[in-house]
Write a protein that binds this ligand. Structure first.
Ligand code: FDA
Length: 308
């Protein structure tokens, strides 16, 4: 019931200013964000990889309509690629990017600006022995993001993308991206989407998720199963077993700070488990989506406000 309200608030500047300046927000934010600075985030990365988990790092930022800010976001990722090269973790530590942070939302030629800004990041990732996954944002960006993916994959075929099972189009997109060398993270989807393009009921989103899992796991690509849902994890394990996929032919992914013990359990069972690790100061939109998808997270936040 609160989900759509929180998702609308995620894009309101006024509410952003209020929530960001409220000191009690901090401890709640720290549950989901691995630090404001790269060095703090790298400490967390060492701790996670020491526990056998792989990571994908997200320098927080999105919805930029300022060219200079898009360049600053690009530069933050170039610094991140350099830091990862120093860690020598290879593909155990990759990067996730939101194209809207790279200029995709600019009214004039945003698609081309985002492509030009993300290409050097993908090159730097390859030099560091790792790769990049393109996060997926609201449905108006999907065609542009998949076109950027296709362009980047001509030179860097290991570049990955995210597909969201709540969108009607996604089964078709899964079929198109189930080929050799393709890396797809399948998620349910975190934005407020209209009924004209997306399933509105959880049961329908879950059923679509399973259909997409079947397509990706029976294909020739590398599926990355992004969910905290125990039912989806069990179904994916069962499908992978039936389809003869070995443990290193797919991976699970979860967000930093969510279901830590389940993350460790999957590693102990011999699965690849990658944690999505966000860091940086621009945490507002990410944080609001986490509140929107789970009432328990919202309750925790509201209790902190009430006890200030
Ligand atoms: P869902 O929210 O449907 O919950 C199902 C069940 O999972 C719950 O009943 C509970 O049992 C368990 N669960 C869920 N959250 C829990 C929690 N916090 N604590 C304990 N149990 C919990 N979205 C997007 O639109 N674009 C993107 O690029 C990405 N990227 C991305 C990367 C990764 C690695 C992940 C895991 C997720 C994303 N997402 C995303 C977010 C995604 O779309 C979705 O909003 C969330 O993962 C929530 O959906 P779930 O599948 O986790 O379960």
């Amino acid at each position: 019931m609160f989900g759509p309200v929180l998702l609308a608030a995620a894009r309101s500047d006024g509410i952003r200013r209020f929530v960001s300046s409220t000191p009690v927000t901090r401890p709640v934010v720290n549950r989901f964000v691995a630090g404001e600075r790269l060095d703090a985030c790298m400490e967390n990365v060492r701790s996670l990889t020491g526990r056998g988990l792989d990571v994908t790092l997200d320098h927080l930022g999105e919805d930029t309509t300022d060219r200079a800010e898009a360049l600053r976001n690009r530069d933050a990722y170039l610094a991140l690629a350099q830091a990862l090269a120093g860690e020598g973790l290879g593909e155990r530590a990759e990067m996730s990017v939101k194209l809207s942070a790279f200029g995709q939302a600019l009214p004039d030629g945003g698609h081309d600006v985002a492509l030009a800004n993300v290409r050097p990041v993908v090159e730097a990732a390859a030099e560091a022995g790792t790769t990049v996954t393109l996060d997926m944002e609201d449905h108006t960006t999907v065609d542009s993001t998949l076109a950027v993916l296709a362009d980047l994959r001509e030179s860097f075929p290991q570049t990955g993308a995210v597909l969201q099972s709540y969108l009607f189009r996604t089964e078709e997109d899964c079929r198109a991206l189930a080929g050799e060398g393709s890396r797809v993270r399948l998620v349910k989807g975190a934005y407020n989407e209209p009924a004209s393009v997306a399933h509105q009921h959880k049961a329908d989103v879950d059923r679509a998720y399973v259909r997409c899992l079947k397509i990706l796991l029976s294909g020739k690509g590398y599926p990355m199963i992004g969910t905290h849902d125990p039912r989806m994890v069990t179904i994916a394990q069962e499908l992978a077993r039936r389809l003869g996929r070995k443990h290193d032919e797919f991976e699970f992914q979860m967000l930093y700070g969510i279901r830590d013990s389940e993350q460790s359990r999957l590693v102990a069972e011999g699965h690849r488990m990658r944690v999505y690790v966000p860091y940086g100061t621009d945490w507002y939109g990410y944080f609001m989506r986490r509140l929107a998808e789970r009432p328990a997270n919202l309750g925790f936040f509201l209790r902190s406000l009430a006890t200030r």
